[in-house]
Design a protein around this ligand. Structure first.
Ligand code: CTP
Length: 424
């Protein structure tokens, strides 16, 4: 049985929460309710516990008042706001107040609901409910935009008479519409096993090129885009290998991870994995250069400082892994991955360079991104252009709206599925 985690927040619409729980349970869904402190003013946790059949969660600490605290270590060995994420198929916040929407958009984490929001990886649905002016205020609209860009679905509020006596948009969406949105989200995640039986190899993160035993050259890649790709491909049924350069973020669990440090190590691992792969995605930010010499001992600074001289580091080119994979595939037609995908990180307009890289590296798709000025690296959201090769014709160019990296990863997997001939 699928589980919906329902966050109930403090506004008049919260009085409908027990009916919403009942409607969800009628669809054979288990419901775990989380309340905020303000929600208690509008609906009793006891009613919610009774209709859901589960104790209601509110606090992070067991010494906080209330009957259902997150009681520290749980039988699964974690804490409840983390272990609950593993059981969650959909996270629904209904009704969502302006304040909670702002806290979610900012990533604050000061109670069970907001902490859980940061930890959960299931689809997130948000049903706002508030006064018309609060809803249309640029602050609220900005927060809703942020949440949407990160991949959340906003269940639009209805129009009508509000509790404050105003007429206009702001009413919590009707319960059948909320239930339908939940079912739709569940269907989307459950049915798409369109990469089942396929092998996908993803290279992610930066590479590190040693200068001496303590120093290296690297770049700002966090590895996040590659992680999203690996996670989405695995969720859609693929057997995924992640070839990962050094990064601070932990890779998604449950996948084969091959750790590498330098571009040359990454090339060797990619060439070892590519012959078995149906699709190869180079989402890594490979260092284009490396120091010509990796000094076996630490380079000393004293000489430079005393004499106040300048010094130069001689760099040599690293292998172009994607280019080499494309050339090898072209040279041995029929061998190598059916789908070869690269990324282009450009500080200028990415379209032209993406077309050039697509042709030069002989791949099937380039995902062009604009980087720099706080864009892309380490962030959750992005705005990409997809440049795809077409047999005997000019490449197709499709501009994406701003979106989460997860949603872009889904679009890239759609291309893989289509090119592998699995329908879609
Ligand atoms: N790439 C690679 N090996 C390299 C450099 C890049 O495999 N030595 C791959 C990247 O993983 C990416 C694509 O090539 O998929 C384009 O990378 P990018 O850094 O945008 O372009 P470069 O080829 O390095 O070209 P330039 O530096 O001129 O923009």
């Amino acid at each position: 049985m699928k589980k919906v985690v329902l966050g109930v927040t403090g506004c008049i619409g919260a009085y409908k929460a027990p009916d919403l729980v009942r409607a969800l349970r009628k669809r054979d869904l288990r419901v775990q309710v989380i309340v905020t402190r303000a929600a208690r003013e509008f609906v009793s946790p006891l009613s919610l516990a009774t209709v859901s059949g589960e104790p209601v969660l509110e606090h992070l600490f067991s010494d906080a008042p209330g009957e259902a605290a997150d009681e520290g270590p749980d039988p699964t060995g974690g804490v409840r706001h983390i272990s609950l994420t593993e059981e969650t198929d959909v996270f629904l916040v209904a009704p969502a107040t302006a304040h909670v929407i702002a806290r979610l958009a900012l990533g604050l984490a000061d109670d069970f609901l907001t902490t859980f929001h940061l930890a959960v990886r299931a689809p997130i649905l948000i049903a706002p409910a508030m006064n018309t002016n609060m809803l249309t205020h640029e602050a609220t609209q900005g927060h809703l935009r942020t949440l949407r860009e990160r991949g959340a679905t906003i269940i639009e509020p209805g129009e009508g008479e509000l509790a404050c006596g105003w007429l206009g948009p702001g009413r919590l969406a009707e319960i059948p519409d909320i239930v339908e949105a939940v079912e739709h989200a569940l269907e989307e995640t459950a049915t798409r096993q369109d990469l089942a039986g396929r092998k996908v190899v993803v290279a992610a993160g930066p590479t590190r090129e040693p200068i001496d035993p303590v120093r290296y050259l690297t770049n700002r890649s966090s590895g996040r885009m590659g992680f999203e790709l690996a996670e989405v491909a695995a969720a859609r049924g693929a057997d995924v290998t992640l070839v990962l350069g050094p990064t601070d973020l932990a890779p998604p669990p449950g996948q084969e991870v091959v750790r590498v440090e330098t571009a040359r190590e990454m090339r060797d691992r990619m060439f070892a994995a590519a012959p078995e792969a149906d699709a190869v995605v180079m989402a890594a930010a490979v260092a284009d250069f490396r120091p010509a010499h990796n000094s076996g001992h630490k380079l000393k600074s004293t000489g430079f400082r005393r004499e106040n001289t300048t010094s130069s580091l001689t760099l040599v080119a690293n292998p172009d892994i994607l280019g080499e994979l494309g050339a090898a595939r072209a040279a041995n037609s029929g061998s190598g991955p059916d789908v070869l995908i690269g990324f282009a990180a450009e500080t200028g307009e990415p379209e032209g360079e993406s077309i050039r890289k697509l042709e030069e590296k002989r791949c099937d798709l380039i995902v062009g991104n604009q980087v720099g000025q706080g864009r892309v690296f380490g962030l959750d959201s992005t705005q990409a252009v997809l440049v795809e090769s077409r047999h005997g014709q000019a490449p197709s160019v499709s501009r994406r709206e701003p979106e989460s990296k997860r949603s872009l990863a889904d679009a890239v997997c759609d291309v893989i599925v289509r090119r592998l001939g699995n329908g879609a």
